[in-house]
Structures are given as structure tokens and as C-alpha cells.
Design a protein around this ligand. Structure first.
Ligand code: NCD
Length: 309
């Protein structure tokens, strides 16, 4: 079934994920060309609306739209009327006057993407809503892993770190399970309450020693902006208990991190660029996977190419 919006990983069944991953693979060929553009979305408009800081997600969505020949309206809260206090509704309605076919939204409010579908005819992509979801990250991570494994069926993936504040953990745990992986969540008790395991259908452990059994170690940033000191006695203690470093990372294990990395905290500096680190590949995948997401939203379902949204 073609996607109408990409708001949560619940919108993604295995077949849809497979289709997006396969299309991203075909767009990877475009990235290798001299002229890196295809006309697929010529005449279409994509607005990106970012109320939270972002480097990778905002730049890759913008570039993805441009590589598909769409027109792009990039809006960052800092440089727009949003900074003057314009409400989300007014901003979305104003943007919608330009008739964008897609709005990519990052906001600190859980459910913001779902909410704006009421105020626009555009397809909405949730590019991160508070601590809740980040489905395009899940797709690019699955694409990245599929370059190394034919299938994720039965693969053991450990997600390690600040699970409580992480939208990536919430989306990825479920998306990896949809692809057949066995997911374990690991972190200090204050950053990993037991009910999160039940909610996400994953095993929970506070003991890092079992991580050597994992095929993939997916590390998370310590989200200082979303916590106060009561969550962690000290960074030094976190490092001793949970940092992934060359002692904890086996040569055959794959290492991932959504970025930005706090070097020396969740990862030691030497493992970031290790041969089995996929961190740079994740960034590369972000571009082609976001091209595939935009294509998926505009090429199928309600917004077929050639029709107006
Ligand atoms: C993540 C995010 O913003 O949710 N980063 C990203 O999109 N690449 C994770 C993070 O900020 O730690």
C-alpha cells in the first residue's frame, strides 16, 4: 500500500519498508553520476519546517528534494515568523498557500505531524517530534544495515544509551522488529524504565556485559537538552558503565549512531571511525532514503504523479 503520510513507524509494514529500501538503492546510482539529478518531482514543491536543531535531517531532506528536481521552501524557526511567535497552525496554513505537495516537519511536540495534516493538503513527513518518533531515521538505518546483511531476520541488535529521551530508539526498536530482528535495550535504570521494554516489545537490560553477543550495537546520544542532573549522577559514571569503546566493540560487530555524536561520552573517539563503524554510511544513506520517501509519497496513493494534491 502506498504511503499517504510518514508520521510513525506504524505506517510502515515490511512490504512498504522493502519497497522504500529498494528504491533508495536505485537512487544511490544517481548519487554516483556526474549530474546528480533526476526529473521525478519536477514542478512539485517540498517545504521543510524545522522547529528544532538539525544538521543531517534538514540538509538531507532539502538535498533529496533538489536531486528529484522539486522546488524547496526551507524554513527554520530561527529565521522565520515562527521566531516572532506565529503559531504552528498559522505557519502551516501560510505555507500551504504555496501548494506544497509535501511538508517535512521537525518539532519538539509529540504528535505535531499528525496535527498539521488537518491544516494542509500536503503529505506530511515527521522528521522528529519530541521524544516520540523519527521514522525516516529508521528507514535509513534499515537501508544501511541491508548493505551488510541480506535480511535482518534473527539479527541481534542492541540499542544502548539514553533510551528514555530518544525518539530514534522508539522508532528503531519497532522498525527493526518489523524486519525480524531481535532487539535489546540497554542503559542505566534512570534512562531506561522497564515499561519501555514492554511498550516496544524488546528485552531490557542494565548490564552492558552481554553486548558482545550483539550483531549490531546501535548507540544513542546522551540528550543533555532533554534531561536534568537527576537522570545521571555524572558523565564519568555513564562512561564507565555504558560507553562503547574498543574494549566493548568486537571486530565483527557493526556500530551505529544517528549523530550527532558526543565523542568521549557514548562513544570513545577511536571507535567512531573504526572499520566496522557505519556512522558515515548512515549519513550517506540519509540522502537516498529521503529521496525514496519523497518519491513514495508523491508517486503513489492519493497524490499520484500528474494529479494535483
Ligand atoms: C537524532 C534526532 O534528532 O532525533 N539525530 C538525527 O536526526 N540525526 C538523534 C539525536 O539528536 O541524538
Amino acid at each position: 500500500m502506498a504511503l499517504e503520510h510518514l508520521l510513525t513507524v506504524d505506517d510502515l509494514d515490511r512490504e512498504t519498508i522493502e519497497r522504500i529500501v529498494a528504491r533508495a538503492g536505485s537512487f544511490a546510482e544517481v548519487s554516483g553520476r556526474d549530474i546528480k539529478k533526476v526529473p521525478a518531482l519536477r514542478g512539485r514543491t517540498v517545504a521543510t519546517l524545522f522547529y528544532e536543531n538539525s544538521t543531517r535531517t534538514s540538509s538531507s531532506f532539502e538535498l533529496a528534494a533538489k536531486r528529484l528536481s522539486a522546488d524547496v521552501i526551507p524554513i527554520k524557526a530561527g529565521g522565520s515568523s515562527v521566531a516572532k511567535g506565529e503559531s504552528l497552525e498559522d505557519t502551516v496554513r501560510t505555507l500551504s498557500a504555496y501548494g506544497p505537495e509535501v511538508i517535512v516537519l521537525r518539532a519538539p511536540w509529540a504528535g505535531a505531524g499528525d496535527m498539521i495534516t488537518r491544516w494542509t493538503d500536503a503529505a506530511v513527513v515527521n522528521a522528529g517530534d519530541g521524544k516520540r518518533e523519527h521514522p525516516s531515521q529508521s528507514l535509513l538505518d534499515i537501508y544501511t544495515l541491508r548493505r551488510h546483511f541480506d535480511s535482518l531476520e534473527g539479527k541481534k541488535i542492541w540499542i544502548v544509551g539514553d533510551i528514555l529521551h530518544s525518539r530514534v530508539a522508539r522508532s528503531n526498536a519497532r522498525a527493526f522488529r518489523t524486519m525480524g530482528a531481535h532487539v535489546t535495550l540497554c542503559g542505566p535504570p534512570t534512562l531506561l524504565p522497564p515499561q519501555m521494554g514492554e511498550a516496544l516489545g524488546c528485552e531490557v537490560t542494565h548490564d552492558i556485559t552481554g553486548v558482545d553477543d550483539a550483531d549490531v550495537i546501535y548507540t544513542l546520544r546522551i540528550q543533555n537538552e532533554r534531561m536534568n542532573e537527576s537522570f545521571m549522577p555524572s558523565l564519568a559514571e555513564y562512561v564507565i558503565g555504558y560507553q562503547i569503546n574498543s574494549k566493548r566493540l568486537g571486530a565483527k560487530q557493526l556500530l551505529m549512531h544517528p549523530g550527532p555524536v558526543n565523542r568521549g561520552v557514548e562513544l570513545s573517539a577511536d571507535v567512531v571511525g573504526a572499520p566496522n563503524s557505519l556512522i558515515e554510511q548512515q549519513v550517506e544513506s540519509g540522502l537516498v532514503v529521503r529521496m525514496a520517501i519523497l518519491y513514495e509519497l508523491l508517486a503513489g496513493g492519493k497524490r499520484q504523479m500528474g494529479e494535483t494534491a
